[in-house]
Design a protein around this ligand. Structure first.
Ligand code: IFM
Length: 511
């Protein structure tokens, strides 16, 4: 049996038992495994008040990297270092949204959008990470939020999407516990100046990813590869998340605080007890580590044995600080993982990464504490960015989180696919990205099914409103509903954007 078939068989047996009513092989009659039947797509519908949205992040779209008193961030340092980014591009200009935001918000309105998830650049507000706010930065975001409201968009603010002020990295970065209170000060400043108009706050985008990839394996800035640094960084971030919730609420009575976690549904490689336990550890570590800390004041069972408290820098009383229940739960869905046990393995090789989402199948276990191997299967088709498409994953994930956290309000904070389709001159400059439409059709049908089965999902944010700077992959990947020509910043709505606009207007997929 080749690897694909084996995974398919294993998923059929194990995945269906753990995570949902349909196994990985039930759609075998369809050409694409895991694909959603057309009848379900035609029948899918969404609540009348569903919030259709898109998401972006400051460093990926803003540009203006040195304007209005902004300080340098770790991403400025990283992208200005030779050899770090494919194509040698930087976010210095990106989509120039710092200047073009009015035009971009008007485009979002044209696509009938109701929510815009954006992030604020910490070094624009506090150029060296602490102290009095830089009012030019605050004023910029104030105007930007007004533009969202004028265009009928709910401003959904991510407080931190990876662009740490370089000055704070120079003071030890996230492994330095002091960052928790400095970050809470920063969040409080935002709530003080913008909390009259922003009511929806997510402290961190993908906290597991930026701590692990920045400190654990060194694929992202600050490029440290030390698992102990990752553990310390993760604990500081969990403390920071809860401290921020309190400082935001102290500054703004209208504030609601949730999350923007990256999650992948984890399917055990086989039905064995050890693989099922490993998949549960993956879920605890990669999906709900920070969620559980906030909701319950302790970490979930992510480790074989006790959490390595000492290495994390955990102190007596930290449980109390961590406990700060979220008002709603936000998470992204892109792809899934197949997880197997590595508790008997002696060598740990970390994970291989490319971009933000791919975790290579390591021959060894990932680390000496969680002791699992996590791989992205290839039973479903791959996007051009290399992620497996598995529409039912969103159903499994949403229903799982719904069950585990007592049916919270859920926001899908990101989902999307990377394809390089570009304007086609012979067809009046259209961008015929049929694959992206198919991706969203199938995935959204699965989301509609989760809602029909009782999950309270309030929003869906497509990643992304427009093509943008894709971190270490530079401009080599395009996730937008709107094409950006980086030579002149011309925006062209792709066919997928036009389709998504009709979906948003009609709350159904067959449009
Ligand atoms: O571009 C990223 C985003 O910053 C975080 N989530 C995944 C996206 C696509 O890789």
């Amino acid at each position: 049996m080749n690897r694909r078939n084996f995974l398919g068989a294993a998923l059929g047996a194990a995945g269906s038992a753990l995570l949902g009513r349909r196994g990985g092989t039930e759609n075998a009659s369809r050409q694409i495994p895991g694909a959603t039947p057309d009848s379900e797509i035609a029948a899918a519908h969404f609540p009348a008040d569903f919030l259709w949205g898109t998401a972006t992040a400051a460093y990926q779209v803003e540009g203006a990297w040195q304007e209005d008193g902004k300080g340098p961030s770790i991403w400025d340092t990283f992208t200005h270092t030779a050899g770090k980014v494919k194509g040698g591009t930087t976010g210095d200009v990106a989509c120039n949204q710092y200047h073009l935001y009015a035009q971009d918000m008007a485009l979002a309105r044209r696509l009938n959008q109701k929510s815009y998830r954006f992030s604020i650049s910490w070094p624009r507000i506090q150029p060296s990470g602490t102290g009095a706010p830089n009012m030019k930065g605050v004023d910029h975001y104030s105007r930007f939020v007004d533009a969202m409201l004028e265009n009928g968009l709910r401003p959904f603010c991510t407080i931190y999407h990876w662009d740490l002020p370089q000055a704070l990295e120079d003071r030890g970065g996230w492994p330095n516990r002091d960052l928790a209170s400095w970050y809470a000060d920063y969040a409080g400043i935002l709530a003080k100046y913008l909390g009259d108009r922003i009511t929806v706050w997510a402290p961190f985008n993908m906290p597991w990813s930026f701590t692990y990839m920045g400190y654990g394996v060194g694929a992202f800035p600050p490029c440290r590869a030390n698992f102990n640094d990752f553990l310390k960084a993760a604990h500081t971030v969990a403390l920071a998340q809860s401290e921020a919730l309190r400082s935001i609420k102290a500054a703004s009575s209208k504030a609601t605080v949730g999350s923007a976690y990256g999650m992948c549904p984890a399917y055990p490689k086989t039905d064995s007890d050890v693989d099922r336990a490993a998949a549960a550890r993956y879920h605890a570590m990669n999906n709900v580590f920070f969620l559980e800390a906030a909701m319950k004041g302790h970490y979930p069972k992510a480790f074989v044995g006790e959490p390595p408290y000492k290495l994390m820098g955990f102190r007596a009383g930290d449980e109390k600080i961590l406990h700060a229940p979220l008002d709603w739960v936000g998470f992204h869905y892109y792809t899934r993982r197949i997880v197997s046990d590595a508790s008997r393995v002696q060598n740990f090789g970390g994970g291989g990464f490319s971009g933000t989402e791919i975790e290579a199948d390591p021959a060894t276990g990932r680390d000496p504490y969680t002791r699992f191997r996590a791989a992205m299967p290839t039973e479903g088709p791959l996007t051009e960015s290399g992620l497996e498409i598995w529409p039912r994953g969103i159903y499994d994930l949403v229903t799982q989180i719904s069950r585990e956290y007592n049916h919270p309000i859920i926001e899908i904070t990101e989902s999307g696919c990377g394809y390089l389709d570009s304007p086609y001159e012979k067809d009046n400059g259209r961008v015929p990205d049929a694959r992206r439409i198919q991706f969203f059709r199938e995935e959204l049908a699965e989301l509609a099914r989760a809602i029909a089965d009782g999950a309270t999902v309030r929003s869906f944010h497509a990643w992304s409103l427009l093509d943008n700077f894709e971190w270490a992959n530079g401009n080599t990947e395009r996730y937008g509903l709107i094409y950006v020509d980086y030579r002149d910043q011309k925006r062209t709505i792709k066919d997928s954007g036009l389709w998504y606009g009709r979906v948003a207007a009609e709350n159904r997929l067959d449009v």
